[in-house]
Design a protein around this ligand. Structure first.
Ligand code: ZN
Ligand code: ZN
Length: 729
């Protein structure tokens, strides 16, 4: 008998046995359609075997082998097995969740051949001087095709109007399309490299360190904002592409991919580049994935899910902004794409570069202890671009209007007069975080959550940012009937309207999740900012990440103090990263930048380190704190979370889980059952247990023993999950 063990998308940690009809052969990694209950589902063959533990009559046959695309490579299956083991997530669910949606469905899939173009017989005989001179783009295409066959992407890179010109050439019969097997295009292509930049000595050293290493090596590229990390990526890519390799580049934000995509295309016009992120349609994502698997896509640019892309020629992995929390998936398979990428590079024996201006403490610690190699860039790449100067405005003795100090208003006014752009950063959207009754002290609580309803004045609503609950703003206090309700605290909308009142002539643009909700909205805004159609930006962290605005010279930061004394031990690490990022937006071209931070604690070491642009000093302080408190990176953690409508049920489950953990008598620290940071959300009570240990190995050993005990506990009407290396509490 030929038995196959199949991974199915089920919340069970087992594989499922099926039998193959005689004469049908499969390989591990191949997709199959199998019966499950009354349905037919797609699964992935993980193993082939001669016999099964099940009785022969109980084993159902495979319905169909899906062989229109090649099987998943063994290397990817190993990676997925590792993730399933390490994150204690069912193997089938892990394998299937790594595939694009289309590949999880029973519908047939084909890899569309990328169209290529060549000169036709008449095209080849054509005298180019006969083409009208004003048809510049047609001329350019014909000249390029004289050198050989080109792909649609290569032609697109010639000019924005290339598609129109190509259409005309196809109609005139001078150019014709040909289909090439994707793998053939690879070796025949030369590689054009538009090398517009000369590397600084520090950049060159970083490039050399990576290219001269052999096999696996993890490099932490720590460079101040504007130090030219992207240029290092480009040069590393060039090296790897020249040698026929594929490059995987992970970024934290979908918003960042279109810019980077255009940039890398302009540098490598004939290397095929695909992007992979959740913003793509199912069909496009599947095609891009298949092009990576076939080896024809040479550069794969994507968000965390791209870490599971099959890449037969993978030669280099880059994780940009490695400290960013969005690399961690917060549900289902709760993986860290950065950590999985490191495992993957190690498995493959290739270098990985983690880039950041403010590395995560975990990575910094690993670089200090020699596990990673540290590459530092301490100066900005453009000699003229100096790091911004930073000043704190002490809010305890400043005159404030709607949360903005008089000093900041004056600075904004001067910047307006100079015709330069300013950014006011506040990490809270809406008008005010809460509405209050001045008579009885009533606050706009969310009825479903432990949070407050945020005042949105634009559409006159109170809205919960946790569960989405919303109501109209009441005319009077629901508790005492008093008509005087006051907004408390500030959000982006309030700052926007206060600034508009103060500077009626200024063009003010608010950038937050509300204003960028519509597709393409943020891209249009970016263009406005670049084209200098905006004087003052008011925005949240969307603005902080990796964007380059050459005319932006002043940054004001409102209200960062909450994070300084937060119960979340990572809050101040995140705040430093965020402020360094947002400060890094100021003065990137030839104009000096200034950053003003409004705080009640101007002497806090965090602000001192920011002022001195001294990440190392700050990291040392934090590491010392973490070491004495026994927090990561000195320990490894796992969080057992549970939530359900019945608070008693949630706590009873966790209590039993805790007793089971203690009874195992393994040398890990098991903490008590505590409410989650958000103890109630969308009418669900939420609580958790933290377990930690200095040894990752011992913690994993504990989890292997604990997980089956948890699986066996009664857990009616509640959901629970294990979060390994949690970032949020
Ligand atoms: Zn009241
Ligand atoms: Zn709510």
């Amino acid at each position: 008998m030929s038995i196959v063990r199949v991974a199915l998308d089920m919340p069970l940690s087992t594989l499922f046995d099926y039998v193959l009809t005689d004469g049908v052969a499969v390989m591990p990694g191949q997709r199959v359609i199998v019966p499950f209950g009354r349905k037919q589902v797609v699964g992935v063959v993980m193993e082939c075997a001669a016999n099964s533990e099940l009785a022969a009559e109980r084993i159902k046959p495979v319905v169909r082998v899906l062989d229109e695309i090649p099987p998943l490579p063994a290397e990817l299956l190993t990676l997925l097995r590792f993730c399933s083991d390490y994150y204690h997530h069912p193997l089938g669910a892990t394998v299937l969740s790594a595939l694009p949606v289309r590949l999880r469905s029973c519908e047939p899939i084909t890899l569309k051949e990328a169209l290529h173009y060549t000169l036709s017989t008449i095209g080849r005989a054509l005298d180019l001087s006969l083409v009208p001179k004003r048809k510049v783009v047609q001329q350019r295409i014909l000249t390029a095709l004289q050198a050989g066959v080109l792909s649609a992407a290569q032609l697109r890179a010639l000019s924005p109007s290339a598609p129109t010109a190509l259409k005309a050439l196809l109609q005139s019969g001078w150019v014709e399309s040909v289909s090439l097997k994707p793998s053939l295009t690879l070796s025949k292509q030369g590689l054009t490299f538009n090398n517009a930049h000369i590397l600084t000595a520090a950049q060159q050293q970083a490039v050399d360190a990576v290219t001269q290493s052999h096999g696996y090596g993890c490099f932490l590229l720590h460079g101040v904002t504007g130090s030219g990390k992207t240029e290092i990526y480009v040069h590393l890519m060039h090296r790897m592409l020249q040698q026929g390799g594929q490059v995987l580049l992970l970024v934290p934000e979908i918003n960042l991919t279109p810019q980077l995509e255009n940039y890398f295309r302009s540098r490598f016009p004939d290397a095929e580049l695909v992007s992979l992120h959740s913003g793509l349609g199912d069909s496009e994502r599947t095609q891009n994935w298949l092009r990576a698997q076939s080896g024809s896509a040479r550069i794969v640019l994507g968000t965390r899910l791209a870490v599971f892309t099959p890449l037969p020629q993978l030669a280099l992995v880059i994780v940009d902004e490695e400290h960013d929390a969005s690399f961690k998936q917060q549900d289902g398979l709760r993986y860290s794409a950065r950590d999985v990428a490191i495992f993957r590079a190690n498995q493959r024996g290739v270098p990985i570069v983690l880039g950041s201006a403010t590395p995560s403490l975990e990575s910094y610690y690993n670089a200090q202890s020699g596990r990673y190699r540290l590459l530092q860039l301490t100066e900005r790449a453009l000699a003229a671009a100096k790091l911004p100067t930073l000043r704190c405005i002490n809010t305890s003795n400043a005159f404030m209007q709607h949360g903005v100090s008089e000093q900041l208003l004056t600075a904004l006014e001067q910047n307006l007069q100079r015709g330069e752009q300013s950014l006011v950063f506040i990490n809270r959207r809406g008008y005010a975080p809460v509405l209050m009754c001045t008579a009885c002290g009533w606050l706009s609580d969310c009825p479903n959550c432990a949070g407050k309803l945020v005042l949105h004045l634009q559409d006159r609503r109170l809205r919960c940012h946790h569960c989405g609950h919303q109501v109209r703003v009441p005319h009077a206090c629901p508790s005492c009937g008093n008509a005087d309700l006051q907004p408390v605290g500030i959000g982006t909308q309030r700052v926007e309207s206060a600034l508009q009142e103060r500077f009626p002539e200024a063009r003010i643009l608010r950038v937050d999740r509300d204003s960028t909700r519509n597709k393409g909205a943020w891209n249009a805004m970016r263009r406005q900012i670049h084209d200098d159609e905006v004087d003052i930006l008011v925005g949240t962290q969307i603005l902080a990440k990796g964007h380059d605005f050459p005319n932006l010279t002043l940054v004001g930061v409102l209200n960062p103090d909450g994070a300084l004394y937060s119960s979340d031990f990572r809050a101040s690490e995140k705040l430093f990263a965020q402020l360094a990022q947002v400060a890094g937006r100021a003065g990137r071209a030839d104009k000096p930048g200034e950053v003003l931070i409004q705080t009640a604690f101007p002497d806090h070491p965090l602000f001192r380190a920011l002022r001195d642009h001294d990440y190392n000093a700050w990291a040392k302080i934090l590491l010392a704190e973490r070491q004495s408190a026994g927090f990561p990176p000195f320990v490894y953690q796992v969080l057992l979370r549970a939530e359900g409508k019945l608070e008693t049920g949630v706590y009873a489950f966790l209590q039993q889980g805790r007793e089971a953990a203690v009874a195992l008598a393994i040398a890990v620290e098991v903490y008590g059952v505590v409410p989650a940071a958000m103890p109630r959300r969308a009418n669900h009570s939420r609580a958790q247990i933290l377990v930690q240990c200095e040894s990752r190995k011992l913690l994993q050993q504990f989890l292997r023993a604990w997980k089956p005990l948890l699986d066996a506990l009664p857990a009616q009407k509640l959901r629970w999950s294990l979060d390994i290396d949690p970032l949020e509490f």
